[in-house]
Design a protein around this ligand. Sequence first.
Ligand code: ATP
Ligand code: MG
Length: 177
Amino acid sequence: MTQAAAWEAEYTTTGAGETKALAARLGALLQRGDLLLLTGELGAGKTTFTQGLGEGMGVRPGIISPTFVLVREHPNMAGGPDLVHVDAYRLGSEGEVDDIDLEASMDRSVTVVEWGAGLVEHLSDSRLEITLVRAVGRASSGPDGPGTDFSAEDTDEERLIRLAGYGPRWATAPDLG
Ligand SMILES: Nc1ncnc2c1ncn2[C@@H]1O[C@H](COP(=O)(O)OP(=O)(O)OP(=O)(O)O)[C@@H](O)[C@H]1O
Ligand SMILES: [Mg+2]
């Protein structure tokens, strides 16, 4: 779908905690029927961002990478919408997306799709696209040289987080403080 974003906003975080905090502020503003697409390379922080969304929405904790399960539904404990968390990494076409029938839960839930770009836009007339970009020059290639930081997976790093709104629901940017 060739459609221009209504707006774009950029944020920088310096660690997973900050990314979750930003996402939690967004999560508190989400409504039933919202569709969010998360884009970014392996380990960019898509699941981390989704954990923050869940906190802000008040859904039951325990959001993990759904890689081996395509869809996980997290019930809301505060009366708000449930969070439907999808990993579309292994889905190859819009047809395969239709097979998992996200439409059935869309209207009553917030649907968040990792690797959803190019696959799930047809599910809604509006969507929020979130792109996480890993900064270049990471800690693991610092003064000690590459390969010496064995805890790199959980090392706090900088991420550029870009939000872009499409369609009537996201006509204006959310105020994330
Ligand atoms: N600023 C940051 N924001 C988010 N995560 C960060 C940040 N800095 C470091 N990290 C780390 O990066 C990793 C992100 O992993 P996460 O599973 O969220 O990525 P992902 O994009 O979902 O990966 P995948 O494509 O495998 O699903 C975590 O280990 C997290 O602690
Ligand atoms: Mg993930």
